[in-house]
Ligand binder design. Sequence first.
Ligand code: ATP
Ligand code: MG
Length: 551
Amino acid sequence: MDSTPVSKNFIQHIIDKDLENNVYGQRVHTRFPPEPNGYLHIGHAKSICLNFGLKEQYNGLCNLRFDDTNPTKEEVEYVESIEEDVKWLGFQWDALFYASDYFEQLYDYAEAIIKKGKAYVCDLCPEEIREYRGTLTEPGKDSPYRNRSIEENLDLFRRMRSGEFEEGSKVLRAKIDMASPNLNMRDPVMYRILYAHHHRTGDDWCIYPMYDYAHPISDAIENITHSICTVEFEDHRPLYDWFLQILEFPAPPKQVEFARLELTHTVMSKRKLRKLVEDGIVDSWDDPRMPTISGLRRRGYTPSAIREFCDRIGVAKSRSEVDVALLEFCIREDLKLKEPRIMAVLDPLKVVITNYPEGEVEYLEVENNQENLEMGTRQVPFSREIYIEREDFMEDPPKKFFRLSPGNEVRLKNAYFIKCEEVIKDETTGEIIELRCTYDPETKSGSGFTGRKVKGTLHWVSAEHAVKAEVRLYDYLFLENEVEDDNKEMTFNEDSLQVLKECYIEPSVKGAVPGSRYQFFRHGYFCTDIKESKEDHLVFNRIVSLRSSYN
Ligand code: ATP
Ligand code: MG
């Protein structure tokens, strides 16, 4: 695996400098800290590749830590899916922790901060706290509870823990500076009262730490050196440092921020993705249209394509939107030389070759992948009745239509020239139901025939031998670029899923196990659905079409 970057990103420069100055000795220790309140998405993959990538590049360590301080939104289902997704991407954590493992320690540290006179119990209600906080242009006001004695604060905090007070009636706040230009430093809340069942600690606790308090301390407890997060947390860094300094951690971890991944045609917040599931816009978190890791997996994406994508987009501090076409480019490149190229007819029109002997079957030897001859060959049956793509025939073609039309000759890929002699229609509807053609035995592919040329080549399958299958074609869930504006209604593409129930695929797919990938000529890359494809009812998802607009 080649993970050595050509040029280093800014985070690697920071780490190099810290190594040079022995800030953490020669240690590099990162963590990936998802909140188990949803499934991971491609944005998380960027963070995973970054954190686990640094571990690999510096021969360091990387933890997986569930940031489970929000009991009302978290579930075991999410924990399991996150572990599965990280492993599937090809990474292994050195240790697995939960922020909830530290609830007791976090509590003790909070008492220590109170004892230093740097935290107090405040009885203002949430609205009042907001009001007292001030704005970007006006300083805040001190809470009337700010000067409680250390003894009173300790007593009240202990009673908060033992469940004496109502939810929302009290909080523990850090005593910093109500006039700080940084709103996060205006006496932020450290603990709130919440009578909620936690997926791991059950009903042990009725006070829960806030992210801004729990995160730096969890990092410090785990001896993390570089705590990498997205730029929205840049303003929280002074607070991150404040807690670690007050508690006098030696060599405290360093928070480093990078720009989150944003993709065209894609929403990426878990809140919005959950809404898509809950509103039934998609079937599930792993619907192949979802930008979740599990959705991409089901769609047919490979871990290596996703990792390559994360490599290519790089790591920077400034915001930028990545074209989803780059992700598509990466999967095409990954599959190009690996998967067999076969023939599949998605919208079948029957063709009878009238001068081909009835009952005869010929096996044509065909390369599995013309760009990778090491993949060998296979035998493709040819017979008197075949299917071609309905759109490959026109009864009354415009100029420059080089496919099949009455009297016109085309090549059947890997087989013969055929000429359309007769069009059979349904008597009542007028719909074309069959074509009668003749073939020229002299024109067999590979025979060296040079007598005349045709302009069109069509893919086809032998009707008797083809495997009938279901094919699902996907389009973007969002036509317009969806701005990650929380107040904006999401506008969906109504045609993001097209299900084709009667497709015919050459017999080499018979018995394909779930997760098998192919290139279908002209149509793109496909993968048998890992949930719903069965041996007697194959279901193919289109991963990506063959061409894109990406340069
Ligand atoms: P969301 O808004 O989707 O819920 P989050 O940041 O709240 O995202 P977490 O589970 O808390 O989700 O994130 C775990 C880690 O993944 C964090 O370090 C976070 O910075 C990172 N992360 C989340 N979304 C992205 C993204 N779009 N690009 C890069 N990193 C991301
Ligand atoms: Mg979050």
